[in-house]
Design a protein around this ligand. Structure first.
Ligand code: GLN
Length: 473
Protein backbone atom coordinates (compact mmCIF):
# COMPACT_ATOMS: atom_id res chain seq x y z
CA UNK A 1 0.00 0.00 0.00
CA UNK A 2 1.43 3.38 -0.93
CA UNK A 3 1.96 5.99 1.71
CA UNK A 4 3.13 8.84 -0.47
CA UNK A 5 3.39 12.29 1.00
CA UNK A 6 4.93 14.10 -1.95
CA UNK A 7 4.39 14.23 -5.66
CA UNK A 8 8.11 13.94 -6.33
CA UNK A 9 8.16 10.48 -4.66
CA UNK A 10 5.27 9.45 -6.89
CA UNK A 11 6.98 10.76 -10.00
CA UNK A 12 10.19 8.87 -9.13
CA UNK A 13 8.25 5.64 -8.69
CA UNK A 14 6.26 6.17 -11.86
CA UNK A 15 9.48 6.72 -13.80
CA UNK A 16 11.20 3.66 -12.38
CA UNK A 17 8.12 1.53 -12.97
CA UNK A 18 7.67 0.81 -9.28
CA UNK A 19 4.09 1.97 -9.57
CA UNK A 20 1.54 3.01 -12.17
CA UNK A 21 -1.19 5.62 -12.04
CA UNK A 22 -3.69 2.78 -12.09
CA UNK A 23 -1.98 1.16 -9.11
CA UNK A 24 -2.00 4.45 -7.25
CA UNK A 25 -5.68 5.07 -7.87
CA UNK A 26 -6.55 1.53 -6.78
CA UNK A 27 -4.62 2.08 -3.55
CA UNK A 28 -6.36 5.35 -2.81
CA UNK A 29 -9.78 3.88 -3.50
CA UNK A 30 -9.02 1.00 -1.15
CA UNK A 31 -7.85 3.38 1.56
CA UNK A 32 -10.86 5.65 1.17
CA UNK A 33 -13.02 2.58 1.66
CA UNK A 34 -11.05 1.51 4.74
CA UNK A 35 -11.47 4.99 6.20
CA UNK A 36 -15.13 5.54 5.43
CA UNK A 37 -15.77 6.27 9.09
CA UNK A 38 -13.90 9.59 8.69
CA UNK A 39 -16.67 10.87 6.36
CA UNK A 40 -14.01 12.79 4.47
CA UNK A 41 -15.56 12.10 1.06
CA UNK A 42 -19.17 12.65 0.10
CA UNK A 43 -18.68 10.84 -3.18
CA UNK A 44 -15.86 8.87 -4.77
CA UNK A 45 -15.55 8.65 -8.55
CA UNK A 46 -14.24 5.08 -8.60
CA UNK A 47 -14.93 4.00 -12.19
CA UNK A 48 -14.07 7.35 -13.69
CA UNK A 49 -10.79 7.63 -11.77
CA UNK A 50 -9.76 4.09 -12.76
CA UNK A 51 -10.56 4.82 -16.38
CA UNK A 52 -8.66 8.11 -16.29
CA UNK A 53 -5.70 6.39 -14.63
CA UNK A 54 -5.37 3.96 -17.53
CA UNK A 55 -5.44 6.83 -20.00
CA UNK A 56 -2.78 8.72 -18.08
CA UNK A 57 -0.56 5.66 -17.88
CA UNK A 58 -0.73 5.55 -21.68
CA UNK A 59 0.11 9.23 -21.92
CA UNK A 60 3.07 8.75 -19.59
CA UNK A 61 4.31 5.92 -21.77
CA UNK A 62 4.19 8.00 -24.92
CA UNK A 63 5.47 11.18 -23.31
CA UNK A 64 2.35 13.31 -23.69
CA UNK A 65 1.28 13.51 -20.03
CA UNK A 66 0.62 16.80 -18.26
CA UNK A 67 2.61 18.01 -15.29
CA UNK A 68 0.19 16.65 -12.69
CA UNK A 69 0.09 13.13 -14.13
CA UNK A 70 -0.10 10.81 -11.14
CA UNK A 71 -1.46 13.40 -8.73
CA UNK A 72 -4.68 12.27 -7.08
CA UNK A 73 -6.76 15.13 -5.74
CA UNK A 74 -9.90 15.62 -3.65
CA UNK A 75 -12.18 18.53 -4.50
CA UNK A 76 -14.07 20.40 -1.81
CA UNK A 77 -17.79 20.11 -2.39
CA UNK A 78 -18.22 23.78 -3.28
CA UNK A 79 -16.18 23.64 -6.49
CA UNK A 80 -17.98 22.80 -9.71
CA UNK A 81 -17.00 19.79 -11.77
CA UNK A 82 -19.03 19.36 -14.92
CA UNK A 83 -21.57 16.52 -14.81
CA UNK A 84 -20.74 15.83 -11.17
CA UNK A 85 -22.77 16.75 -8.16
CA UNK A 86 -21.86 19.79 -6.10
CA UNK A 87 -23.89 20.17 -2.92
CA UNK A 88 -21.96 22.55 -0.61
CA UNK A 89 -22.75 19.83 1.96
CA UNK A 90 -26.29 21.21 2.00
CA UNK A 91 -29.60 19.42 1.77
CA UNK A 92 -30.89 22.33 -0.26
CA UNK A 93 -28.81 21.47 -3.32
CA UNK A 94 -28.10 17.85 -2.46
CA UNK A 95 -28.91 16.65 -5.97
CA UNK A 96 -27.59 19.52 -8.03
CA UNK A 97 -25.29 18.56 -10.90
CA UNK A 98 -22.74 21.05 -12.23
CA UNK A 99 -23.41 22.27 -15.73
CA UNK A 100 -19.82 23.39 -16.15
CA UNK A 101 -16.47 23.06 -14.43
CA UNK A 102 -14.79 25.65 -12.27
CA UNK A 103 -11.69 27.17 -13.84
CA UNK A 104 -9.53 25.45 -11.20
CA UNK A 105 -11.08 22.07 -12.01
CA UNK A 106 -10.43 22.52 -15.73
CA UNK A 107 -6.85 23.56 -15.10
CA UNK A 108 -6.16 20.54 -12.88
CA UNK A 109 -7.68 18.14 -15.39
CA UNK A 110 -5.82 19.76 -18.28
CA UNK A 111 -2.58 18.83 -16.50
CA UNK A 112 -3.80 15.24 -15.99
CA UNK A 113 -4.55 15.37 -12.28
CA UNK A 114 -7.12 12.80 -11.21
CA UNK A 115 -10.05 14.05 -9.18
CA UNK A 116 -10.90 11.12 -6.95
CA UNK A 117 -14.00 12.55 -5.31
CA UNK A 118 -15.68 15.47 -3.61
CA UNK A 119 -14.85 16.16 -0.01
CA UNK A 120 -17.18 16.93 2.86
CA UNK A 121 -17.25 20.46 4.33
CA UNK A 122 -19.32 22.78 6.47
CA UNK A 123 -22.55 23.75 4.74
CA UNK A 124 -21.75 26.49 2.21
CA UNK A 125 -18.28 26.68 3.79
CA UNK A 126 -19.66 28.27 6.94
CA UNK A 127 -18.03 26.85 10.02
CA UNK A 128 -14.83 25.95 11.80
CA UNK A 129 -15.44 22.32 12.72
CA UNK A 130 -17.22 20.59 9.85
CA UNK A 131 -20.11 19.89 12.17
CA UNK A 132 -22.31 22.09 9.98
CA UNK A 133 -22.25 19.59 7.12
CA UNK A 134 -25.74 18.27 6.40
CA UNK A 135 -24.09 14.91 5.69
CA UNK A 136 -22.39 13.84 8.92
CA UNK A 137 -19.40 15.48 10.56
CA UNK A 138 -15.87 14.64 9.42
CA UNK A 139 -13.64 12.96 12.03
CA UNK A 140 -10.07 14.03 12.69
CA UNK A 141 -7.74 11.21 11.59
CA UNK A 142 -5.41 11.88 14.55
CA UNK A 143 -8.19 11.36 17.06
CA UNK A 144 -11.61 10.34 15.88
CA UNK A 145 -13.27 11.99 18.87
CA UNK A 146 -12.12 15.38 17.59
CA UNK A 147 -13.22 17.65 14.75
CA UNK A 148 -10.91 18.13 11.76
CA UNK A 149 -11.61 21.87 11.73
CA UNK A 150 -13.55 23.62 9.02
CA UNK A 151 -14.83 24.40 6.68
CA UNK A 152 -12.50 22.37 4.41
CA UNK A 153 -12.29 19.56 7.00
CA UNK A 154 -13.02 16.75 4.53
CA UNK A 155 -10.14 17.94 2.34
CA UNK A 156 -7.63 18.22 5.19
CA UNK A 157 -8.70 14.93 6.81
CA UNK A 158 -8.36 13.17 3.44
CA UNK A 159 -4.84 14.52 2.89
CA UNK A 160 -3.80 13.79 6.48
CA UNK A 161 -5.10 10.21 6.26
CA UNK A 162 -3.40 9.80 2.85
CA UNK A 163 -6.69 9.14 1.08
CA UNK A 164 -5.45 11.38 -1.72
CA UNK A 165 -2.16 13.18 -2.24
CA UNK A 166 -3.62 16.68 -2.21
CA UNK A 167 -6.92 18.49 -2.09
CA UNK A 168 -8.43 21.82 -2.93
CA UNK A 169 -10.11 23.80 -0.21
CA UNK A 170 -11.53 27.28 -0.01
CA UNK A 171 -10.63 29.96 2.48
CA UNK A 172 -12.96 32.84 3.29
CA UNK A 173 -11.83 33.35 6.86
CA UNK A 174 -9.46 30.48 7.51
CA UNK A 175 -11.16 27.41 6.08
CA UNK A 176 -7.99 26.08 4.49
CA UNK A 177 -5.52 27.04 7.23
CA UNK A 178 -7.50 26.23 10.37
CA UNK A 179 -8.37 22.63 9.42
CA UNK A 180 -4.83 22.21 8.04
CA UNK A 181 -3.55 23.14 11.49
CA UNK A 182 -5.97 20.74 13.21
CA UNK A 183 -5.07 17.85 10.87
CA UNK A 184 -1.29 18.40 10.65
CA UNK A 185 -1.08 19.28 6.95
CA UNK A 186 -0.11 22.34 4.90
CA UNK A 187 -2.85 24.77 3.89
CA UNK A 188 -2.25 27.71 1.58
CA UNK A 189 -4.55 30.67 0.93
CA UNK A 190 -3.42 32.67 -2.09
CA UNK A 191 -3.72 36.44 -2.47
CA UNK A 192 -7.30 37.49 -3.18
CA UNK A 193 -7.51 37.49 -6.97
CA UNK A 194 -4.60 35.11 -7.57
CA UNK A 195 -6.93 32.19 -8.31
CA UNK A 196 -10.15 32.42 -10.29
CA UNK A 197 -13.37 31.93 -8.35
CA UNK A 198 -15.35 30.99 -11.45
CA UNK A 199 -17.32 27.87 -10.63
CA UNK A 200 -16.91 28.23 -6.88
CA UNK A 201 -20.19 28.35 -4.97
CA UNK A 202 -19.87 31.79 -3.43
CA UNK A 203 -19.99 32.41 0.30
CA UNK A 204 -18.49 35.92 0.68
CA UNK A 205 -17.21 37.06 -2.68
CA UNK A 206 -14.74 39.69 -1.53
CA UNK A 207 -13.00 37.13 0.68
CA UNK A 208 -13.29 33.69 -0.99
CA UNK A 209 -10.15 32.10 -2.40
CA UNK A 210 -9.41 28.56 -3.54
CA UNK A 211 -6.10 27.01 -2.48
CA UNK A 212 -4.15 23.78 -2.08
CA UNK A 213 -3.92 21.41 0.90
CA UNK A 214 -0.84 19.18 0.79
CA UNK A 215 1.91 17.49 2.76
CA UNK A 216 4.77 19.44 1.19
CA UNK A 217 5.30 23.08 0.29
CA UNK A 218 6.54 21.97 -3.11
CA UNK A 219 3.20 20.34 -3.91
CA UNK A 220 1.30 23.43 -2.76
CA UNK A 221 3.50 25.53 -5.05
CA UNK A 222 2.97 23.19 -7.99
CA UNK A 223 -0.81 23.15 -7.61
CA UNK A 224 -0.90 26.92 -7.21
CA UNK A 225 1.05 27.46 -10.40
CA UNK A 226 -1.47 25.29 -12.27
CA UNK A 227 -4.65 26.86 -10.89
CA UNK A 228 -3.57 30.53 -10.64
CA UNK A 229 -3.79 33.17 -13.32
CA UNK A 230 -6.13 35.38 -15.26
CA UNK A 231 -9.53 34.17 -16.29
CA UNK A 232 -11.97 35.92 -18.56
CA UNK A 233 -14.82 34.42 -16.50
CA UNK A 234 -13.76 36.14 -13.27
CA UNK A 235 -13.04 39.86 -13.38
CA UNK A 236 -11.45 39.70 -9.91
CA UNK A 237 -8.83 37.20 -11.10
CA UNK A 238 -5.60 39.09 -11.58
CA UNK A 239 -3.85 39.12 -14.93
CA UNK A 240 -0.45 39.33 -13.24
CA UNK A 241 1.85 36.69 -14.62
CA UNK A 242 2.05 33.43 -12.66
CA UNK A 243 5.58 32.57 -11.56
CA UNK A 244 6.92 29.01 -11.59
CA UNK A 245 6.40 28.74 -7.86
CA UNK A 246 7.59 25.15 -7.63
CA UNK A 247 10.90 26.07 -9.26
CA UNK A 248 11.53 29.02 -6.98
CA UNK A 249 11.55 27.28 -3.64
CA UNK A 250 15.10 27.97 -2.55
CA UNK A 251 15.14 30.69 0.02
CA UNK A 252 18.52 32.37 0.17
CA UNK A 253 19.30 35.25 2.36
CA UNK A 254 17.77 36.62 5.48
CA UNK A 255 14.15 37.37 6.15
CA UNK A 256 12.65 40.20 8.10
CA UNK A 257 9.78 38.87 10.15
CA UNK A 258 7.34 40.67 12.40
CA UNK A 259 5.44 38.71 14.99
CA UNK A 260 2.30 40.19 16.45
CA UNK A 261 2.68 40.55 20.19
CA UNK A 262 -1.09 40.72 20.76
CA UNK A 263 -1.34 37.24 19.23
CA UNK A 264 1.57 35.56 20.94
CA UNK A 265 0.74 37.03 24.33
CA UNK A 266 -2.96 36.39 23.89
CA UNK A 267 -4.45 34.82 27.03
CA UNK A 268 -6.63 32.58 24.86
CA UNK A 269 -3.66 31.09 23.01
CA UNK A 270 -2.76 27.59 24.19
CA UNK A 271 0.50 27.86 26.19
CA UNK A 272 2.18 25.02 24.30
CA UNK A 273 1.43 26.64 20.95
CA UNK A 274 2.77 29.95 22.31
CA UNK A 275 5.94 28.22 23.57
CA UNK A 276 6.45 26.55 20.20
CA UNK A 277 6.18 29.92 18.47
CA UNK A 278 8.63 31.52 20.88
CA UNK A 279 11.12 28.70 20.23
CA UNK A 280 10.69 29.20 16.53
CA UNK A 281 11.37 32.93 16.91
CA UNK A 282 14.59 32.19 18.84
CA UNK A 283 15.66 29.63 16.26
CA UNK A 284 15.07 32.04 13.37
CA UNK A 285 17.02 34.74 15.17
CA UNK A 286 19.92 32.35 15.76
CA UNK A 287 19.92 31.64 12.03
CA UNK A 288 20.43 35.31 11.34
CA UNK A 289 16.92 36.41 10.42
CA UNK A 290 15.56 39.64 11.83
CA UNK A 291 12.56 38.70 13.94
CA UNK A 292 10.91 41.54 15.79
CA UNK A 293 7.77 42.18 17.79
CA UNK A 294 5.13 44.35 16.15
CA UNK A 295 1.95 45.66 17.62
CA UNK A 296 -1.39 45.14 15.93
CA UNK A 297 -3.79 46.70 18.39
CA UNK A 298 -6.95 45.76 16.47
CA UNK A 299 -7.28 42.09 17.28
CA UNK A 300 -10.65 42.61 18.97
CA UNK A 301 -12.11 44.15 15.82
CA UNK A 302 -11.09 41.35 13.52
CA UNK A 303 -13.77 38.73 14.12
CA UNK A 304 -16.72 41.18 14.41
CA UNK A 305 -15.69 42.96 11.20
CA UNK A 306 -15.30 39.66 9.41
CA UNK A 307 -18.71 38.40 10.52
CA UNK A 308 -20.55 41.61 9.63
CA UNK A 309 -19.19 41.77 6.09
CA UNK A 310 -19.20 38.04 5.29
CA UNK A 311 -22.75 37.53 6.50
CA UNK A 312 -23.87 40.54 4.45
CA UNK A 313 -22.27 39.07 1.35
CA UNK A 314 -23.60 35.60 2.17
CA UNK A 315 -27.17 36.83 2.54
CA UNK A 316 -26.93 38.24 -0.96
CA UNK A 317 -25.09 35.28 -2.51
CA UNK A 318 -27.39 32.68 -1.02
CA UNK A 319 -30.56 34.44 -2.16
CA UNK A 320 -30.37 32.45 -5.39
CA UNK A 321 -31.17 29.20 -3.59
CA UNK A 322 -34.92 29.55 -3.44
CA UNK A 323 -36.30 26.32 -4.83
CA UNK A 324 -37.12 28.09 -8.09
CA UNK A 325 -33.98 27.96 -10.23
CA UNK A 326 -31.62 26.27 -7.81
CA UNK A 327 -32.29 23.78 -5.15
CA UNK A 328 -34.85 21.50 -3.75
CA UNK A 329 -38.40 22.81 -3.78
CA UNK A 330 -40.44 22.10 -0.69
CA UNK A 331 -43.27 19.64 -1.35
CA UNK A 332 -45.27 21.66 1.19
CA UNK A 333 -45.11 24.87 -0.83
CA UNK A 334 -48.44 26.20 -2.09
CA UNK A 335 -47.64 29.53 -3.74
CA UNK A 336 -44.66 31.63 -4.76
CA UNK A 337 -44.02 32.98 -1.26
CA UNK A 338 -44.14 29.58 0.36
CA UNK A 339 -41.87 28.12 -2.36
CA UNK A 340 -39.19 30.48 -1.13
CA UNK A 341 -39.85 30.39 2.57
CA UNK A 342 -40.51 26.67 2.96
CA UNK A 343 -37.76 25.54 0.59
CA UNK A 344 -35.22 27.69 2.38
CA UNK A 345 -36.50 26.87 5.87
CA UNK A 346 -36.40 23.14 5.21
CA UNK A 347 -33.26 23.10 3.07
CA UNK A 348 -30.75 25.27 4.92
CA UNK A 349 -29.10 24.23 8.17
CA UNK A 350 -29.17 26.26 11.34
CA UNK A 351 -25.82 28.05 10.94
CA UNK A 352 -26.51 29.07 7.35
CA UNK A 353 -29.89 30.48 8.40
CA UNK A 354 -28.27 32.36 11.28
CA UNK A 355 -25.84 34.00 8.90
CA UNK A 356 -28.46 34.89 6.30
CA UNK A 357 -30.51 36.56 9.02
CA UNK A 358 -27.51 38.36 10.47
CA UNK A 359 -26.42 39.51 7.01
CA UNK A 360 -29.90 40.69 6.11
CA UNK A 361 -30.06 42.60 9.38
CA UNK A 362 -26.73 44.41 8.91
CA UNK A 363 -27.79 45.40 5.40
CA UNK A 364 -31.27 46.59 6.33
CA UNK A 365 -32.06 50.28 6.05
CA UNK A 366 -31.66 51.92 9.39
CA UNK A 367 -28.84 49.55 10.40
CA UNK A 368 -26.77 49.64 7.21
CA UNK A 369 -24.55 52.54 8.27
CA UNK A 370 -24.24 51.39 11.85
CA UNK A 371 -22.99 47.93 10.90
CA UNK A 372 -22.14 47.38 7.25
CA UNK A 373 -20.64 50.78 6.45
CA UNK A 374 -18.82 50.84 9.76
CA UNK A 375 -17.37 47.38 9.18
CA UNK A 376 -16.11 48.41 5.74
CA UNK A 377 -14.34 51.37 7.32
CA UNK A 378 -12.77 49.13 9.94
CA UNK A 379 -11.72 46.73 7.18
CA UNK A 380 -9.84 49.60 5.56
CA UNK A 381 -8.06 50.41 8.81
CA UNK A 382 -7.08 46.75 9.24
CA UNK A 383 -5.81 46.70 5.66
CA UNK A 384 -3.78 49.88 6.08
CA UNK A 385 -2.18 48.68 9.30
CA UNK A 386 -1.32 45.28 7.82
CA UNK A 387 0.18 46.94 4.73
CA UNK A 388 2.22 49.20 6.97
CA UNK A 389 3.68 46.19 8.82
CA UNK A 390 4.44 44.47 5.53
CA UNK A 391 6.33 47.53 4.30
CA UNK A 392 8.93 46.86 6.97
CA UNK A 393 8.66 43.10 7.22
CA UNK A 394 8.65 40.37 4.56
CA UNK A 395 6.31 38.20 6.60
CA UNK A 396 4.04 38.31 9.60
CA UNK A 397 4.36 35.31 11.91
CA UNK A 398 1.42 34.28 14.07
CA UNK A 399 -0.41 31.21 15.33
CA UNK A 400 -2.93 29.59 12.99
CA UNK A 401 -5.34 28.59 15.71
CA UNK A 402 -5.72 29.40 19.41
CA UNK A 403 -5.89 25.71 20.30
CA UNK A 404 -5.71 22.19 18.91
CA UNK A 405 -8.69 20.26 17.52
CA UNK A 406 -11.51 20.14 20.03
CA UNK A 407 -13.95 17.31 20.63
CA UNK A 408 -16.96 16.85 18.42
CA UNK A 409 -20.10 18.37 19.91
CA UNK A 410 -18.16 20.30 22.55
CA UNK A 411 -18.62 23.87 21.27
CA UNK A 412 -22.24 24.98 21.20
CA UNK A 413 -22.03 28.74 21.40
CA UNK A 414 -21.70 30.32 17.92
CA UNK A 415 -19.53 33.18 19.17
CA UNK A 416 -17.05 30.76 20.77
CA UNK A 417 -16.91 28.97 17.44
CA UNK A 418 -16.40 32.26 15.57
CA UNK A 419 -13.45 33.09 17.82
CA UNK A 420 -11.65 30.06 16.36
CA UNK A 421 -10.99 32.37 13.41
CA UNK A 422 -9.28 35.07 15.44
CA UNK A 423 -5.84 34.56 13.84
CA UNK A 424 -6.90 33.57 10.34
CA UNK A 425 -9.31 36.31 9.26
CA UNK A 426 -6.63 39.01 9.02
CA UNK A 427 -5.35 37.55 5.74
CA UNK A 428 -8.87 37.46 4.29
CA UNK A 429 -9.91 40.90 5.48
CA UNK A 430 -6.76 42.32 3.89
CA UNK A 431 -6.47 40.04 0.83
CA UNK A 432 -2.94 38.87 1.71
CA UNK A 433 -1.61 35.35 0.99
CA UNK A 434 -1.11 33.15 4.05
CA UNK A 435 0.01 29.64 4.86
CA UNK A 436 -0.36 27.26 7.78
CA UNK A 437 2.58 24.91 8.31
CA UNK A 438 2.39 21.94 10.70
CA UNK A 439 5.06 22.80 13.23
CA UNK A 440 4.31 20.92 16.38
CA UNK A 441 2.59 18.20 18.28
CA UNK A 442 0.81 19.07 21.48
CA UNK A 443 1.17 16.97 24.63
CA UNK A 444 -2.49 16.04 24.02
CA UNK A 445 -1.28 14.22 20.91
CA UNK A 446 -2.80 16.61 18.37
CA UNK A 447 -0.91 18.51 15.68
CA UNK A 448 -0.95 22.29 15.29
CA UNK A 449 0.31 24.77 12.76
CA UNK A 450 1.93 28.16 12.67
CA UNK A 451 0.97 30.82 10.19
CA UNK A 452 2.84 33.18 7.90
CA UNK A 453 1.24 36.08 6.06
CA UNK A 454 3.07 37.52 3.06
CA UNK A 455 2.77 40.51 0.76
CA UNK A 456 0.10 40.58 -1.93
CA UNK A 457 1.07 38.57 -5.01
CA UNK A 458 4.41 37.64 -3.47
CA UNK A 459 3.45 34.01 -3.09
CA UNK A 460 6.80 32.90 -4.51
CA UNK A 461 8.68 34.45 -1.63
CA UNK A 462 6.18 33.20 0.96
CA UNK A 463 6.35 29.66 -0.39
CA UNK A 464 10.14 29.68 -0.58
CA UNK A 465 10.46 30.84 3.00
CA UNK A 466 7.81 28.34 4.11
CA UNK A 467 9.77 25.58 2.44
CA UNK A 468 12.91 26.65 4.25
CA UNK A 469 11.06 26.81 7.56
CA UNK A 470 9.30 23.51 7.13
CA UNK A 471 12.29 21.52 5.94
CA UNK A 472 14.41 22.85 8.81
CA UNK A 473 11.87 22.44 11.57
N1 GLN B 1 -14.81 29.66 10.05
C1 GLN B 1 -15.02 30.75 9.16
C2 GLN B 1 -16.48 30.96 8.92
O1 GLN B 1 -17.24 30.21 9.41
C3 GLN B 1 -14.26 30.56 7.90
C4 GLN B 1 -15.01 29.90 6.83
C5 GLN B 1 -14.27 29.84 5.54
O2 GLN B 1 -13.12 30.25 5.46
N2 GLN B 1 -14.98 29.37 4.52
O3 GLN B 1 -16.88 31.86 8.26
Amino acid sequence: MNNYTSFSQIQTDLKSGKTTVLGLVRDYIYKIDQNKHLNAFLEVYTDEALHQAKEIDKKLADGTAGKLAGMVIGLKDVICHKNHKVSASSKLIENFTSLYSATVTERLLAEDAIIIGRTNCDEFAMGSSNENSAFRPVLNPHDNKCVPGGSSGGSTAAVAARLCLAALGTDTGGSIRQPASFCGVIGFKPTYGRVSRYGLLAYASSFDQIGPITNTVEDAALILEVIAGKDSYDATASSKEVPHYSKELNFNGKAKIGYITECIDNPHLDPEIAANLRNLIDKLKSEGHAVEPVSFPFLDYMVPTYYVITTAEASSNLSRYGGVIYGRRSPNAKDIDSIYSKSRTEGFGEEVKRRIMLGTFVLSSGYYDAYYTKAQKVRRILQDKTLEILKTYDFILLPTTPDTAFEIDSVHDPVTMYLEDIFTVQANLTGMPAISLPMGKHSNGMPFGIQLIGRKFEEANLLAFSNYLYLNK
